[in-house]
Design a protein around this ligand. Sequence first.
Ligand code: NDP
Length: 502
Amino acid sequence: MPTDQGPISLGMYISGAYVPSASGRTLEVRNPKNGALVGTVAEGDAADIETAVKAAEAAFPVWSAMTGAERGDIMHRAAAILKARLPEIVGIEVDQIGRPLREMTAQLSRLPEWFSYFGAVARTHEDTVPPFGTGYLNYTRRVPLGVVGHVTPWNHPLLILTKKVAPSMAAGNTMVVKPSELAPITPLLLGEVFREAGVPDGVYNVVPGFGGTAGLALTSHPRIKKIDLTGGTETGKAVAAIAGKNLTKVAAELGGKASVVVFEDTDVERAVSATLFASFIAAGQTCVQGARLLVHRSIHDRVVARLVERTKNIRIGDPKNMATLMGPLVSARQREITERYVAIGLAEGATLAVGGKRPEGAQYEGGFFHEPTIFTNVTNDMRIAQEEIFGPVVCVIPFDTEEEAIAIANGTEFGLAMSVWTRDITRAHRVAHRMQAGIVWINDHHRIDPASPWGGFKMSGIGRENGLVAFEEYTQIQNVIVNLSDAPFDWYAEDGTVKRYS
Ligand code: NDP
């Protein structure tokens, strides 16, 4: 498909059609492995956001009036169509962001589950009948919010978008998406999937563009009922402040600095493969990256030695090759940030155990490659241990006691995810319960499921994706209180009876 046959060209996706932006401007998507043109898409701004919002408003009465079962059927069809188109979509995702085919094949194969799960939620969600008192029927209704806005990043372009679109669609909302300007193609193509599945035109609209223009126009739009953003913590704060002026509801999935906490009863090989998986998937460009390895001092040296050895064997190369284990970083900027933090780590006195530079060889020229990197002798006050790098850099910090491990793990401003590695079942849960993080894995990392709430504590965000909570957060609740009695009620009648007031 497109990138194998030459660059793709797409307009904005509005009301079920690809259309040029009002300004006629376009933006180029370039392959981070070599700078080749992947495609050109329309670049939208405030005028286009307004057009998209109007399209979504026009579709809202139709979509929201359908029963949950009808929406669910359409979403199940979307799941099947998406599944059939995955090979083509995976290839484009790889070309946009440089993540290896091996990773994106595995990740995107899960996406249809989100539409199946939330389609089932749409069909089966039940409202409540809270107790109220004799003579009354009291029930709640979940009402869709209206037009909602999704602002998404580049690191998992379709996964993160799907986490937002599926619950909002299931709940009966219509939407405008502002994808990252680095990865707008697959979000645009999702429009075709929905169209084929029977999603009415205007339910799903995509306006590619920049954060400062299209993103700002969407997040400050007075008729948008909810903004759901995934991005950096600073972006989240800025967007929440702007949206707050319109009392627009905000969900924000933000940055992280996850710890992989390895206790002394963990097998060394297991600890090493855990860290490699937690830390180097997506070349470290994930919000739940195991950016900090906290390892019990008694096994520290053995773990580090083996980790260094195995890190040297991570095959860096062409992400389109199924044998490649690490591709380029997404952009020159992301590699510069990584390189800056390597320099900061060295200046702070950490020891560079492996990596720390660009790989050498003709095949890496023209791409944003960086070696997987491990720092040892790191202390928790160092900037490399505290700040989100979003690159293939891991900081190893030894600990002596459970108490100390918990304190170090919780000792950052972030609180998205942690993993705890131990065979001691009581310690595993005890530690998990004290982790200030929205997601805790025990003897695992990175696992996600449409049914399981995803989101952060502290500066890692507000609101949740996935699960019933995500569906419910895309609704507002209406309480209907029915007086079952036809008996006259007159508060102002001075007849000496005690009347019910509330
Ligand atoms: P950014 O915060 O730079 O951007 C996220 C999105 O917001 C982009 O679409 C961007 O547009 C847009 N944006 C930027 N500024 C504004 C603004 N003022 N108003 C409206 N929209 C704006 O993040 P990245 O794309 O660089 O993604 C990496 C970040 O995302 C990391 O911090 C990571 O931790 C976080 N993340 C969090 C996850 C979670 O689940 N908690 C999951 C994945 C990533 P533009 O196209 O111009 O960049």
